[in-house]
Design a protein around this ligand. Structure first.
Ligand code: NAD
Length: 481
């Protein structure tokens, strides 16, 4: 049985209490490795190591910090196959997805911030008439906490630690206890890349222990969190009276709006992807599909037929399009929402149940891609986050109506709009209460753009220089000449 270790002060070490948590392979339901069940003591060690490393790291020229991050990016690329296999095994996602999306993007994150920090400069201006000059210095904060979820494990982990480190902070990071393996492998890569001891520390374990201890730690003034809205709320409750700086990337219930004048094939094929990629476990998946009435039946019938042809199965098989859900508990949650949809009057057009996969994956946690119609726009199924391979279809008649439907949840992360009418594309986009809109595409990411949600989908934005601003403290100096 493989042991995962904490990465503290440049070393791979066991948790102080010597306890471990089972790590499951979701495709087989088997325990295949052990995760440190860390606690306050481990967090304390990590914070102390980060504090000790901070003065030297903060003084390290940005170019040198950048070079180390780019070395880490190179090593992620060199280890692509190994990391992708580990991600697929740990999360249940198709290996191909990990090879083409998760791991390349993790490497891009490191490279992007390794270079961005070299272009990140602060402002200065002369005050006319008073002979004074103002300049703003952006100091790193010190020790920052980064907490990440299980759906895109290495991708979202690096999306936080890369800018935090680039800006000169030292980091105590907590990956999800559901998918810790690639963060563990990253600690080995950081050692090989020559990242100085204590600059990045990775403490594994439960959120209510490690995550809570990190959030409450008085020497960690900044928390960057991606995960569920309920967890974000708990973190905010602890952090607010301590006046911590917070970035919260939370849940979503994203609308996918399809007008009758869309490019049909593009809308159809992309919607399959935006509904079911990563088993629907991407915060940006479009789980509510609104279709303009003249196109409704044509779209529905083609969509159902294509989705029925998707191969659900062994994530390691290259023909697999839909792998396993991340855990048994999560699968039960998704199945319970399908039951709720039935109670709320929904009709299951396809899917709707757990799937038994033959062979080595017979005990895995697979759910058939599920399409539901006949629900009202504001029922629970259509307003609560399911985070699985489940989408609903609803017809609409007017722009005003679909905007009302789209905005009716407490979430506001992203939306997709399909139309060939330029004016309508802009008009509708501006009225959607979401942080990210895609028009005639989905998940086309440009790391320079601000990323994040409105309403209960989050606070703050990641991406580009936004994150470097978040991870630095501006200080203005006014000099009278
Ligand atoms: P989660 O909130 O259960 O866990 C996220 C992380 O927080 C994990 O590392 C967990 O251990 C930790 N945690 C749990 N309780 C904690 C506490 N009390 N204090 C501190 N940390 C704690 O989320 P999840 O189930 O891992 O991920 C799925 C959720 O993440 C979905 O809601 C999804 O929409 C959201 N998500 C959002 C984005 C985004 O960019 N907005 C991206 C990916 C996932």
């Amino acid at each position: 049985m493989e042991y995962i270790h904490n990465y503290i002060n440049g070393q791979l070490i066991a948790p102080a209490a010597g306890q471990y948590i089972h790590n499951y392979n979701p495709a087989t339901g088997e325990v295949y490795s052990l995760i440190p069940d860390s606690g306050e003591q481990d967090v304390e060690l990590a914070v102390q190591a980060a504090q000790a490393a901070f003065p030297a790291w903060a003084k390290t020229p940005a170019e040198k910090r950048g070079r180390i991050l780019m070395k880490i990016a190179d090593l992620i690329e060199e280890n692509l196959d190994r990391l992708a296999e580990a991600e697929s095994l740990d999360n249940g996602k198709p290996l191909k997805l990990a090879q083409t999306v998760d791991i390349p993007r993790a490497s891009s994150n490191m490279r992007f911030y390794g270079t961005a920090i070299q272009h990140f400069a602060s402002e200065a201006h002369y005050m006319e008439g008073t002979d004074a000059i103002n300049y703003t210095v952006r100091h790193p904060h010190g020790v920052v906490g980064c907490i990440s979820p299980w759906n895109l494990p290495l991708y979202l982990f690096t999306w936080k630690i890369a800018p935090a480190l680039a800006a000169g902070n030292c980091v105590v990071a907590k990956p999800s206890e559901v998918t810790p393996m690639t963060a563990f492998l990253l600690s080995e890569i950081c050692m090989e890349a020559g990242l100085p001891a204590g600059v990045l520390n990775i403490v594994h374990g439960y959120g209510h222990k490690v995550g809570a201890a990190l959030t409450a730690h008085p020497k960690v003034p900044v928390i960057s969190f991606t995960g569920g809205t309920a967890t974000g709320k708990a973190i905010a409750a602890t952090a607010a009276p301590m006046f911590k700086k917070l970035s919260l990337e939370l849940g979503g219930k994203n609308p996918n709006i399809i007008f009758a004048d869309c490019d049909f094939n593009n809308a159809l094929y992309t919607s399959i992807h935006s509904s079911f990629a990563n088993q629907g476990q991407i915060c940006l998946c479009g789980s509510r599909i609104f279709i303009e009435r003249p196109l409704y039946e044509k779209f529905r019938d083609a969509f159902v037929a294509k989705v029925q042809a998707l191969t659900v199965g062994d994530p390691l098989d290259e023909n697999t399009k839909i792998g396993a859900l991340v855990s048994e508990q999560h699968m039960q949650k998704v199945l319970s929402y399908i039951e709720l949809a039935k109670q709320e009057g929904g009709t299951i057009l396809t899917g709707g149940e757990q799937i038994k996969v033959e062979g080595r994956c017979e005990n895995g946690w697979f759910v058939a891609p599920t399409i539901i119609e006949g629900l009202t726009y504001n029922c629970r199924t259509n307003t609560e986050e399911i985070f699985g391979p489940v989408v609903t279809l609803m017809p609409f008649d007017t722009e005003e109506e679909v905007i009302l439907y789209a905005n009716c949840t407490d979430y506001g992360l992203s939306a997709t709009v399909w139309t060939q009418n330029l004016q309508r594309a802009h008009r509708v986009s501006h009225q959607l209460h979401v942080g990210v809109v895609w028009v005639n595409t989905w998940l086309l990411r440009d790391l320079r753009t601000p990323f994040g949600g409105m309403k209960n989908s989050g606070v703050g934005r990641e991406g580009g220089f936004e994150t470097l601003r978040f991870f630095t403290e501006p200080q203005n100096v006014c000099v009278k000449l």
